[in-house]
Design a protein around this ligand. Structure first.
Ligand SMILES: Nc1nc2c(ncn2[C@@H]2O[C@H](COP(=O)(O)OP(=O)(O)OP(=O)(O)O)[C@@H](O)[C@H]2O)c(=O)[nH]1
Ligand SMILES: [Mg+2]
Length: 454
């Protein structure tokens, strides 16, 4: 261990010089009064000399301090770090003089006991935190710091997300291209994260099939009543927004069941319209009825509706009821129509027509606004007018609603009316490579939408 001396005007001056040169890890050993300056004893004055040493573990870690040539102040002050034999002294053995544990310990060691400097820092930190509680400016600064940290965390997790497997982005793109809602797409990618191994993610064709199967699982098909209708007709009411194709669909359904025997069974069909509101609405259905030789009635009041149902119910298997197109925004008119339709009896069933061209958020609104009708299924119309059905599939899955029929043409021809089936939705999705036989195997029992005819 090397000892050093420094001279100054007084003890305080000595210490500030020592610390300026060697830092604050020095250990003063003793001080004594000395005469300093002057020439041959003339002009000298009284000063102080402090003897000190630097513990070896600090001196190892701060070698630059010692490699530096000690700076001496010009004429007045003598050099400090004396290395001559007479100025090198052994550290005092008296503990009261040292007041420092000379036991060397490595710097920054966990085991190092807290130094005074550490304690001072902790104390100051405590004071700042306590002051922050009272000082609104400091609180503002702290909240700024917090929000910066949150942003940094968010950036971090975002960049972690950016590092995800490229298959996620490709599936998202495919879903977006098909107009699936964002929340639907998130659910699919979440499922990928949970259920797909790296091998599956690497095999995109396999992944596509999986995603198609998941989409298919979310499609519920309405199968209708399975019990036979004894001594009564089935009453099938179609509601929905204006212009979605309700009247055309009623005519198509009547044709499918009453003319084409499209679903294996020839039924006695009747049609009723309650639409006296739109010009020529009544004539529109009557025209279809005449062409198909299917009776059509018009009911302007609740009583007339009740009477028509009672009359047709006696000698028909199924009565289709066409309604007035209602804006889903007009809750009052929807309420009135619901009351009106109550005349069809509690055993009637209501279905909702929605055009495939409607955007996802509107379909969701429509489904919610028509919810008081307790509709049993959704009929998707105008499928021929769009190639993207993600909007419809997302809304059906969100609202947990089943789909019964789809229509894809203006004319009342057999080819434009279909029972809903999962495969049809899946194979029509754009951009996906379709393994039809695999899908058919997976959804073998999902093609039957109407219970009565099988
Ligand atoms: N492309 C296409 N057009 C259809 C389809 N179904 C109906 N339409 C057409 O949609 C238009 C409106 O059909 P309507 O059956 O009168 O619709 P609506 O819902 O009864 O209308 P409102 O009674 O006025 O509410 C007509 O031009 C139909 O030909 C379909 O599946 N595909
Ligand atoms: Mg109509």
């Amino acid at each position: 261990m090397e000892c050093f001396v420094e001279q100054g005007e007084d003890y305080r001056d000595c210490m500030s010089r020592i610390m300026a040169k060697y830092g604050d890890k020095v250990v003063p050993i003793r001080q004594r009064k000395v005469r300093i300056g002057g020439f041959l004893g003339f002009g000298s004055r009284e000063g102080v000399e402090v003897e000190f040493y630097i513990p070896s573990y600090y001196s190892r870690s701060v070698p630059q301090v010692f490699s530096r040539t000690p700076q001496t102040s010009t004429e007045t002050w003598r050099s400090s770090a004396l290395r001559s034999d007479e100025t090198r002294r052994s550290p005092p053995s008296r503990p009261d003089e040292i007041r420092f544990n000379p036991e060397p310990r490595p710097l920054n060691s966990e085991a190092r006991p807290p130094l005074k400097a550490d304690l001072d820092f902790e104390e100051r930190k405590g004071k700042v935190i306590a002051a922050a509680g009272k000082d609104p400016t400091l609180q503002l600064v702290l909240s700024e710091v917090r929000s910066i940290k949150e942003k940094m965390d968010a950036e971090e997790s975002k960049s972690a997300e950016e590092e995800e497997h490229p298959a996620f982005a490709r599936i998202r793109e495919l879903l977006e291209y098909n107009d699936f809602s964002l929340s639907y797409s998130e659910k699919i990618t979440e499922r990928m994260r949970k259920e797909c191994s790296l091998d599956t993610l690497d095999n995109f064709e396999e992944l596509e099939q999986k995603v198609l199967e998941w989409i298919g699982e979310g499609v519920q098909i309405y199968r209708g009543e399975t019990a036979p209708y004894v001594n009564r007709a089935r009453v099938f009411i179609l509601v929905g927004p204006t212009g979605v194709g309700k009247t055309t669909t009623i005519a198509k359904l009547a044709a499918a069941y009453g003319v084409y025997n499209q679903y294996g069974e020839s039924l006695r069909v009747r049609m009723i319209t309650i639409d006296g509101y739109r010009v020529a609405a009544r004539e529109q259905l009557e025209k279809y009825g005449k062409a198909m030789e299917i009776p059509v009635a018009y009911a302007a009041t609740a009583d007339e509706l009740r009477t028509a149902i009672a009359l047709y119910g006696q000698d028909a298997d199924i009565v289709f009821v066409d309604t007035i197109g209602k804006s889903p925004r007009d809750a009052m008119k929807l309420g009135e129509m619901k009351e009106f339709l109550a005349s069809c009896g509690s055993l009637s069933e209501t279905h909702l027509a929605v055009a495939a061209t409607t955007k996802y958020s509107d379909i969701k609104d429509i489904m919610q606004q028509f919810a008081p009708f307790n509709y049993k299924s959704v009929i998707i119309t105008k499928l021929d007018e769009t190639k993207r059905t993600g909007n419809v599939l997302s809304a059906l899955a969100d609202q947990r609603k089943a789909v019964s029929y789809i229509t894809d043409g203006q004319s009342v021809e057999k080819k434009h009316m279909h029972r809903a089936d999962v495969i049809r939705f899946l194979v029509n999705l754009e951009g996906f490579r379709i393994n039809r036989s695999r899908l058919e195997k997976r959804f073998a029992d999902n093609g039957d939408a109407d219970g009565r005819s099988g």
